[in-house]
Structures are given as structure tokens and as C-alpha cells.
Design a protein around this ligand. Structure first.
Ligand SMILES: [Fe+2]
Length: 169
């Protein structure tokens, strides 16, 4: 991680425990990422803090109503630290209401590549989250429900902004 000497010189993909530890360490050093926070644009704002062969790190600023839609992270595991405000995470449940978790400032959560979720910011107060992924995000899956009710997955680049996907037909 050239230029980020506070990070270990990892030479392998990180597991969930290592990702949690890393994101907590970054969250505790706001001087490293505070300049990337951007509120007020209406849409979710994301900035890549660093990317190497094994991990990428993002700073995401959330406004009221911002919503990723349901998605997966392809082959990556991840960990998220909430550093300001609160976000809502939902897990899709077939034939039932989504499982809903509230993640508040100071909390960290993690997931592996099997995880399908949606993140939203529903409160009036802006939120900021730090995300680390390993291996680095390259593709993601974005989910939509077609008019006939069938679930569809669309493979998207990590550089495309996640938002609730429209049905494709
Ligand atoms: Fe995600």
C-alpha cells in the first residue's frame, strides 16, 4: 500500500477479520480520508482512497434517500465502518420481508462473497461510510425484478454507480 504506511504491507487477500481490523484502523484516522467526504450533491458520493493488488478502500458519503439497490460483490469480501450518521442494510429474503439492520456511527460490519445486500440512508442526517474489499472490487451483480416477477442479475463494473436497478424488460 504505497503511501499508506499506516496500513500493513499485505501480500495476500484479506479475510473478514483482517478486513474488519483494517477498516476500523482507517476509520480511526480521519485525517487520511476526511477530504474525500462530499455531502449535498443529492446522489451518493464515492471516492476511492487506495487500491492495490489485494484490497481497495472507498469513502462513501450518503444523503437522505440514497439507495444502492440489491447487489453482490462478485468474488470480494468486504467490511464497512460507519463513521458518521447511520445506514440501513437489508438482506433479501424470498417470500418474506427483507432482514433489516441499522448500522450506526462507530459500528463495523463485514460480509463474504456470498452476501447479497442493499444499503440505504433513510435518516435526515448525512452519513459517511468507509468500505474495504478484498480481492479488490472488479465486477458486481446488481439485481432487479422483471415485470413477470423473475429476479435478474446484471453484471456491472465496480466503476458504475450502484442504484436500484430498473427491470430490463
Ligand atoms: Fe455492497
Amino acid at each position: 500500500m504505497t503511501g499508506f504506511t499506516f496500513l500493513p504491507d499485505e501480500q495476500h487477500d484479506l479475510d473478514r477479520g483482517e478486513l474488519r481490523e483494517l477498516v476500523a484502523r482507517i476509520a480511526a484516522e480521519p485525517d487520511r480520508w476526511r477530504s474525500l467526504v462530499c455531502h449535498g450533491g443529492g446522489e451518493r458520493h464515492f471516492e476511492q482512497l487506495v487500491r492495490d493488488d489485494h484490497v481497495d478502500v472507498w469513502v462513501i458519503s450518503w444523503g437522505t434517500g440514497n439507495d444502492t439497490g440489491f447487489h453482490d460483490h462478485d468474488v470480494s469480501s468486504g467490511a464497512v465502518a460507519v463513521v458518521e450518521g447511520e445506514v440501513v442494510e437489508e438482506r433479501l429474503v424470498l417470500d418474506g420481508a427483507p432482514l433489516r439492520l441499522h448500522h450506526r456511527a462507530g459500528e463495523v460490519f463485514d460480509f463474504d462473497a456470498a452476501h447479497v445486500h442493499r444499503m440505504r440512508q433513510d435518516s435526515a442526517t448525512p452519513a459517511v461510510t468507509i468500505h474495504v474489499y478484498s480481492p479488490p472490487l472488479w465486477r458486481m451483480g446488481s439485481y432487479a425484478v422483471a415485470p413477470d416477477g423473475a429476479l435478474e442479475r446484471r453484471s456491472i463494473s465496480y466503476a458504475e454507480e450502484l442504484r436500484p436497478a430498473e427491470a430490463t424488460r
